[in-house]
Design a protein around this ligand. Structure first.
Ligand code: ATP
Ligand code: MG
Length: 492
């Protein structure tokens, strides 16, 4: 008996795409089978988002051929998104919700199910939205404005909107970047259910554990070319994938301790009220402290209060030496508050310290600015065509490096970084860890909020466990990975 192989639902052949002088894709082939979850991997800037954007037509490929189901397109640089609308849904890396529309409107405005003879039935839309929100276990009102929601809920909504379209192929570009573990579980359940119905997924992520959990097949891009095509997930391991992505062996770094225990703390918080309980906290020169704990524990709030970006319900933040230190902030949701996409690298970085670069009359000293930004961009390893390239055009990892450069613009003594390597590839992660360690070695106090055990154990000299708005535990010095996992799971 001959087993008929399933015909692919997606076929991309010899796709090329150039942005100015950047050759983002150089003849890429990509194939997806029906009912398959296909992970598309590669380091920052490898071309993943560009490839899937060429697939959904958001970006027009320069040349090559794209087929999805019945739609067959010969790319010639012209838009073909409309021709593919019924075949594919694409959740982009950067959130695209309409802030001023309600949850229900965002979910259904583009969905034919609520339109009757050109009219949108509002009542039906709200009822349907309430139903959908319930199956996803999201407790928000269908009439809330999207702009008022937190990053995780926004991201989920965007995904739900796409998954509801009833198309055979879905692209999820780093869908879990802003999701909690619980939200991720819900997402994966829905993805698996749709897969069982024959829906195919293209799944982009820098979290290789997710890839092993959910994907069937892996394609790896490097510098706009395919280095591994359609490998079975079961034939790979994390190290192999990392090496293929980087084109060389990747080295995991280990934590170092530069804590200056003799000097007074740089920053101290006493009797801080985040909610029910109170918190005492301090960070010393050269110390890297991680705030760990479940979503909603208050660890983000604590970080934002320390950074001076949020007011506590009570208590105070001060410096034992008198003057409050300059604090640099890497915010958690870089798309919402980390950078301005239309502005260039230079302008984004100097947003972090305009006053510092101003001359006596308040004008910015251009020469000093260029030198300072150039220096920061080098230290943070930003890769861009020039310092004027809009940050919206950079790959996710480079956007995050720009956010770091901005946080460092005013020469802070303390840096507070929330989810510092979200959306960042394994190589760039090591660079950012190296940067944070460098800063600590120079005497800076570093506060990191993280959900990733690996990250914490590679960086933090001290781990503070936050639970229900209180500090419930601490690990110092030579703690093991096992100690950390037990504490983070709330076992120990
Ligand atoms: N609109 C654009 N204008 C100019 N250059 C662009 C644009 N979009 C992408 N690029 C460039 O194309 C290359 C590939 O970028 P792409 O966003 O596809 O990478 P990626 O693999 O998705 O990376 P990441 O993991 O960081 O999201 C990068 O060099 C990027 O700077
Ligand atoms: Mg991308």
């Amino acid at each position: 008996m001959v087993v008929e192989p399933k015909a692919p639902i997606v076929e991309m052949r010899q796709i090329t795409k150039t942005f100015g002088s950047t050759r983002a894709l150089r003849g890429v082939d990509f194939t997806v089978l029906p009912g398959e979850i296909h992970a598309l991997l590669g380091r920052n800037g490898a071309g993943k988002s560009t490839l899937v954007s060429c697939l959904s037509g958001i970006v027009a490929a320069d040349s090559g051929r794209v087929r999805i189901g019945q739609a067959d397109i010969i790319a010639n640089g012209e838009s073909y998104a409309a021709a593919l609308r019924d075949e594919i849904a694409h959740v982009q890396q950067t959130p695209r919700l309409f802030d001023l529309l309600t949850v229900a409107e965002n979910l259904f405005l583009e969905n034919p199910a609520v339109r009757r003879r050109g009219w949108v039935s509002h009542r039906q839309m709200i009822a349907r939205a309430a139903q959908v929100l319930e199956t996803w276990g999201i407790e928000i009102s269908p009439t809330a404005l999207a702009g008022q929601l937190g990053a995780g809920t926004r991201q989920l909504l965007e995904i739900i909107k796409a998954l509801n379209r009833g198309v055979p192929v879905m692209i999820l570009d780093e869908p879990t970047a802003a999701l909690s573990n619980a939200e991720k579980r819900v997402l994966f359940d829905h993805v698996r259910a749709l897969k069982a119905q024959g829906v195919s997924f293209v799944y982009i992520s820098h979290h290789l554990d997710e890839v092993f959990e959910i994907a069937d097949t892996v394609t790896i891009l490097r510098d706009g070319q395919t280095v591994t095509e359609r490998a079975a997930v079961s034939s790979l391991d994390v190290e192999t994938i990392a090496d293929l992505m980087m084109g060389q062996k990747t080295q995991r770094s280990v934590r170092e301790d530069f804590t200056d225990a003799s000097a007074p703390p740089l920053l101290e918080a006493r009797g801080l009220r985040l909610g029910k309980g109170t918190v005492d906290f301090q960070v010393r020169k050269g110390e890297i402290v991680a705030l760990a704990g479940p979503v909603g524990s208050g660890k983000e709030d604590l970080a934002m209060i320390l950074a001076g970006h949020k007011a506590p319900l009570g208590g105070r933040v001060f410096s034992p030496s008198g003057k409050l230190p300059v604090i640099g902030l890497v915010p958690t949701d870089r798309h919402a508050s980390g950078y301005v996409g239309l502005l260039g690298v230079r302008e984004n970085v100097t947003l972090g310290g305009l006053d510092l670069l101003s001359g006596g009359l308040g004008f910015i000293d251009r020469g000093r600015e260029a030198a300072h930004v150039g220096d920061l961009a080098r230290r943070t390893n930003v890769i861009a065509a020039s310092l004027e390239q809009p940050v919206g055009q950079l790959s996710g990892g480079n956007q995050q490096k720009v956010v770091f450069a901005r946080a460092l613009c005013r020469d802070p003594q303390v840096i507070v970084a929330l989810s510092p390597t979200r959306g960042v590839d394994v190589g760039a992660k090591e660079q950012l860890y190296g940067l944070l360690r460098d800063l600590a070695a120079k005497g800076m106090g570093v506060v990191v909020v993280s959900d990733e055990e690996d990250e914490i154990s590679q960086l933090a000299n001290r781990v503070v466990i936050v639970f229900e708005e209180e500090i419930v535990g601490e690990l110092v010095g030579d703690y093991s990975m096992k100690d950390l996992i037990l504490r983070m799971e709330g076992v120990a």
